[in-house]
Design a protein around this ligand. Structure first.
Ligand SMILES: *Cc1c(COP(=O)(O)O)cnc(C)c1O
Length: 344
């Protein structure tokens, strides 16, 4: 596969057309999100963030100089609701980041009414939900002021790394387009990951996949997606743009399926042990803390009292990525069934 600058341009054109606005490619999703937040908000502004999320989102909010306000989630879809939003809103809050957790769409009509009532700008973060449709048939990313995409590992569009933002309402002038080429080391690492990733996934039922992946992470040959550095100046590699475009074009018109199926279980430690024995390697499932991964959690100073449901869910959730086949997951589902507390 040869990829060139043309691929990046084609991806930008596709995104601009599809989401309606001007597209900029970025090093990763968190950098794209930070660019979007900088374009629309000012330092010190408060933005509402889903109380069950990825450290990448927190990092982007802080990078933009904003104050995150965490709204608690509903157990059925892992998204904030009008009830929890009403609890945290105040006059200094100017925006809301919609995340469609694990590809479960929010009630967008309700969110729009809420945003209208308080004059909030809606940022749609599509890391989990590229191609997903809201209940009224509109596609995620076509509703808010801006759509932000991640092309990171295990995201809805997985090109190893990369991201993009589509800005509407002529906000382009507040931020500079990332123009620097990727670092050579990042380029190499990302170029080879698709090979090893597919390999490790295939080996997943025989333990080896997990062991191999862990070894590759240890020698920094494979970077955990959570460690992908925020950088507002770098563009993604051309091969990443090419991969992302191919996948975007393949998204089903009828709406994409959720990214991961989730279950809430009792005795999760025991359940995970049993899954491991059966050969399932689920490292860093989404999410083991209200803001994950656990190794960055302390930094966020997250106040668990403000989001009791997210805090509880983080202790009970198990979720399965949708890239495995039904057969591959059959035994895992049986095990989870034994421990299940209920699911959406
Ligand atoms: C992973 C993720 C991002 C950002 O992704 P990166 O490409 O890893 O920076 C943004 N939002 C959510 C909800 C995510 O899970």
């Amino acid at each position: 596969m040869r990829a060139g600058k043309k691929d990046a341009t084609q991806l930008e054109e596709f995104l601009a057309e599809h989401y309606g606005g001007e597209a900029m490619l970025a090093k990763n999703g968190r950098s794209a999100l930070a660019l979007a937040l900088k374009a629309y908000f000012n330092k010190g502004d408060k933005v509402i963030v889903n109380g069950f999320t990825c450290y990448a989102v927190y990092e982007a909010v802080r990078e933009a100089g904003l104050v995150p306000v965490f709204a608690d989630i509903d157990k059925t879809d892992l998204n904030f609701s009008i009830k929890t939003l009403e609890k945290v809103i105040d006059e200094n809050t100017v925006g809301i980041i919609v995340q469609n957790t694990l590809g479960n769409p929010v009630d967008m009509q309700a969110i729009e009414r809420f945003a209208g009532k308080y004059g909030l700008i809606i940022i749609e973060d599509l890391a989990h939900s590229a191609g997903v449709k809201y209940a009224d048939g509109r596609e995620a990313g076509t509703v808010g002021a801006t759509a932000v995409l991640s092309f990171g590992k295990d995201k809805a569009i997985d090109a190893t790394s990369g991201g993009a933002v589509v800005l509407r309402h002529h906000h382009m002038n507040k931020v500079a387009k990332p123009g620097r080429a990727p670092r050579k080391s990042d380029y190499l690492r990302e170029r080879f990951y698709p090979l090893f990733g597919a390999w490790c996934r295939r080996l997943t039922r025989v333990h080896l996949g997990g062991v191999l992946m862990r070894a590759l992470i240890k020698i920094h040959f494979v970077e955990r997606s959570a460690d992908n550095k925020l950088d507002l100046t770098r563009r993604p590699a051309n091969f990443e743009a090419k991969l992302a475009l191919e996948q975007l074009k393949k998204l089903p018109k009828s709406g994409a399926k959720p990214l991961r199926e989730f279950y809430l279980v009792k005795n999760r430690g025991e359940a995970l042990e049993k899954l491991k024995k059966a050969g399932y390697y689920f490292d860093g499932f989404w999410y083991e803390k209200p803001i994950s991964p656990a190794r960055y959690y302390e930094k966020t100073k997250f106040d668990e009292k403000t989001c009791p449901v997210a805090t509880e869910v983080a202790k009970k959730i198990v979720n399965l990525p949708n890239y495995y086949s039904k057969n591959e997951l059959a035994r895992a589902r049986e095990i989870i069934e034994e421990y299940k507390e209920g699911n959406a």
